[in-house]
Design a protein around this ligand. Structure first.
Ligand code: F3S
Length: 436
């Protein structure tokens, strides 16, 4: 078959099998994938890989078979990689004995996958979708070519960090990580990073919830690239711009399929190139307070009874940053103390990597101790994996994540309403407001 993708002499040698049959197959896979998308060449990867597959049901068996062959051939990824959160953390998010047995049986290949990852070059204890925080350190630089999977991590790397990755699938992420090369197309190219939409937020009366704004944008533009204006003063004034952009991007990526957003005055390419990033035939979408409320009102309630008593509150999908753990900890503790409560009425779970949780405990020991006393848990699990496991999926869960809402039966609430639910155990009396 004649290749349209041009290979260097070194790549041609791999393609001919001169470095072994397994690496030849890896190269053939990556080249075929690239040709399907019209790539013209391969580029060398920088920084480190991030993989999305951390679940371990029977669905991973075909991947395990391939990864065992990679290990047998002595292959490793070009740099130590990170991976999405593990599916279980029974110490901090215990579903109870009956469900625990189910989830353990479901994820029975967990140890095999972990061992394979370790042999293929995984960084030690690097299970988190927020792999770019300093406590984990998989933080590419602007312009770095990477080849990640996990839609929220991809979006953050492309948008906030200005690195360059396509939205890869499980399997392709490992093939490119082994090869240290990825096909050059779409979001890796300058042209593929131009914006299709001008999103005008200047009429919004307040800083919107990032998970709602991101969802509203994602639903409109789907897989296109938005260029957001009217947000820079409000976003740059935040203490935790990383947390805001992480959550906004994750919502665009899950409620739509956005791999990259530009925000004027905030994201690096928008700072450097301004509105020249807009395509000449771009479309306009104006977002008002009423538009946020319209989309918020459209969310279906998937609970059997819409007035059901909430059983858990899940906060942090993608995983929380250090600043977010502190913000939520302080906010819940002060609300409990103001209400004269000595324990939460509906248990909240803050999702974060172990290193982030440890640094939080080290930096804020008193706050952490009060959180533990009141029943506020920090867990390294993934809320969506928890909520998509048989028996656990019917739990009555409220969340601050529009991604968790999309992938489960949980209900999305604004932050004030979540604090009310945690403190009182009751749903708010009033209809939820999108822009309180
Ligand atoms: Fe991360 Fe799991 Fe949400 S991987 S983005 S916490 S679905």
């Amino acid at each position: 078959m004649a290749l349209t993708l041009e290979l260097t002499p070194e790549e041609q040698a791999i393609m001919k099998g001169e470095q072994g049959e397994t690496l030849q197959k890896v190269m053939q896979t990556v080249v075929t994938f690239g040709e399907l998308f019209g790539a013209t060449k391969l580029v060398d990867l920088q920084a480190a890989p991030h993989l999305a597959m951390s679940w371990s049901s029977d669905a991973v068996l075909p991947f395990i078979e391939i990864y065992e062959k990679l290990v047998a051939a002595g292959l490793k990824t070009y740099a130590p990689f990170t991976s999405n959160p593990k599916p279980m953390d029974h110490n901090n998010l215990d579903p109870g004995e009956e469900k625990r047995v189910v989830v353990q049986e479901l994820h029975k290949h967990h140890h095999t996958l972990g061992e394979l990852y370790s042999n293929l070059g995984m960084k030690e204890n690097a299970w988190s979708c927020a792999c770019f925080v300093p406590q984990i350190g998989n933080t590419p630089q602007q312009g770095d070519f990477i080849s990640w999977s996990e839609s929220s991590a991809i979006n953050f790397a492309n948008s906030y960090l200005g690195a360059r990755t396509n939205r890869n699938s499980v399997g392709i992420d490992m093939m490119t990580a082994i090869l240290g090369k990825a096909p050059y197309f779409d979001l890796l190219t300058d042209e593929g990073r131009k914006a299709d939409w001008l999103i005008d937020c200047s009429a919004l009366t307040k800083l919107p919830h990032p998970e709602l704004l991101g969802a509203v944008i994602g639903l409109k533009v789907m897989e296109d690239i938005p260029y957001i204006i009217g947000m820079d003063d409000r976003v740059n004034a935040l203490d935790d711009v990383v947390g805001y952009c992480k959550d906004l991007g994750a919502a665009t990526a899950s409620n739509g399929a956005v791999g990259l957003f530009h925000m004027e005055g905030v994201t690096p390419e928008a700072r450097d190139q301004g509105r020249s990033l807009l395509k000449s035939d771009h479309q306009l979408y104006v977002i008002s307070d009423a538009e946020l409320q319209r989309v918020f009102n459209s969310y279906p309630v998937l609970w059997p009874d819409e007035n059901a008593k909430p059983e858990r509150v899940f906060i942090g999908c993608p995983h929380n940053t250090l600043a977010q753990l502190r913000w939520w900890g302080e906010r819940i503790v002060s609300a409990l103390e103001a209400a004269g409560k000595d324990a939460v009425s509906c248990p909240p779970y803050l999702f974060a990597h172990d290193n982030v949780a440890s640094e939080f405990k080290e930096n804020h020991p008193e706050l952490k101790a009060r959180m533990a006393k009141y029943g506020i848990s920090v867990t390294n699990n993934c809320p969506v994996m928890y909520m998509t496991t048989p028996k656990q999926s019917d739990e009555i869960v409220c969340t601050n994540s529009n991604k968790t809402r999309v992938y489960s039966k949980s209900r999305f609430y604004m932050d004030d309403d979540l604090v009310h639910i945690i403190v009182t155990g009751q749903l708010p009396d009033q209809a939820p407001k999108a822009h309180p």
